[in-house]
Write a protein that binds this ligand. Structure first.
Ligand code: CP
Length: 329
């Protein structure tokens, strides 16, 4: 068990080794028990986390802020628009200065294709850990919560379990590709056979695909890609885990109108009860939320017995507290 994570950044999913992720999960489960029993766990007394947002959030903001308070510290909510970032404060200034005020810097910056570079530039200038609350490439804390949820529902040994990571239709906005990218990188390390399904225009980044293939090869797990206009139902067959969400066609076009036009061709990529019948009877349905209800997924599935979306959202809190306690204490 690798336990020394003090001072470490978490920007990409593979920044922590498999053993280190296992430590995070152990600590997260312990913190979840402690919270249920109302046991104090103030591992970050007097510590303050900067939470810098360039993009809106419900779960990420709420869970980081609540998590810091439960750990005895404080989460300072900072919207980029209320800072001097647009008046000259660069990533270097944020890293240098916030690194002197705060004990950790968490950032959400999903802008294509600059968010991840911004986080790395802040990290280079910072003396404290930088935590990725989502960029355009990775959503590592979502993925840790997802892994924790899958283990709670399917057991710690996930070898041989089939996980479908599927694109889904949504009309609300062009959602980042970070969630599916994080999932295909992390899940093979824990033994799952991953099937990635999307219409042809919704490919993920080639270097992420290569890295995911490499993780699957090293872990001796399956990694299949279904890139087919009608591939959703086929992908669901015999799945243990169905993780179906929308993302934008960023690798095909950076034009928002063209992206919306492409998306509009695939309204049939909705998770509904009929498609879920192709999965195993005890398959779980996952989504990081927010979901476009009755567009991306039917309410029947989202509120149905196979859905674990609210446990998944809860586990954001426990997984993040674990990483914050391990890196910032
Ligand atoms: N899943 C997720 O990151 O939710 P928010 O965008 O609401 O933070």
């Amino acid at each position: 068990m690798q336990t020394f994570l003090h001072g470490r950044d978490l920007i990409g999913d593979l920044d922590f080794s498999k053993e280190e992720v296992e430590t995070v999960l152990e600590v997260a489960l312990d913190l979840k028990r402690k919270r249920a029993l109302n046991e104090p766990h103030a591992y970050l007394r007097d510590k303050v986390l900067a939470m810098l947002f360039f993009f809106s959030s419900t779960r990420t903001r709420g869970s980081f802020e609540a998590g810091m308070a439960q750990l005895g510290g404080h989460g300072a909510f900072i919207e980029s628009t209320t800072t001097q970032i647009s008046h000259g404060d660069t990533a270097k200034e944020i890293g240098e200065i916030f690194g002197r005020y705060f004990d950790g810097i968490a950032i959400r910056h999903c802008d294509w294709p600059i968010g991840n570079a911004y986080l790395n530039d802040v990290a280079k200038a910072s003396r404290v850990p930088v935590l990725n609350m989502q960029c355009e490439i990775y959503h590592p804390f979502q993925c840790l919560a997802d892994l924790m949820t899958i283990m709670e529902k399917k057991g710690r040994d996930l070898r041989g379990k089939k996980m479908v990571v599927s694109w889904a239709y949504a009309a609300s906005y062009l959602k980042p590709i970070s969630v599916p990218q994080s999932l295909i990188l992390q899940m093979p390390r824990f033994g799952m056979d991953v099937v990635l399904a999307h219409p042809p225009e919704f490919k993920l980044m080639p270097d992420i695909m290569d890295a995911a293939q490499e993780q699957a090869r090293k872990s001796h797990t399956g990694f299949e890609v279904i890139s087919d206009p009608d591939g959703m139902e086929k992908a669901f067959k015999d799945a243990d885990v169905v993780y179906a969400k929308s993302w934008g066609a960023m690798l095909t076009t950076e034009d928002a109108n063209e992206g919306a036009r492409i998306i509009s061709q695939y309204k049939h990529w909705i998770t509904d009860a009929q498609k879920m019948k192709a999965a195993k009877d005890d398959a779980i349905y996952m989504h990081p939320l927010p979901a476009d209800r009755d567009v991306e997924v039917t309410s029947e599935v989202m509120d149905g017995p196979n859905s674990v979306v609210f446990d998944e959202a809860e586990n954001r809190l426990h997984a993040q507290k674990a990483v914050m306690a391990l890196t910032m204490a």
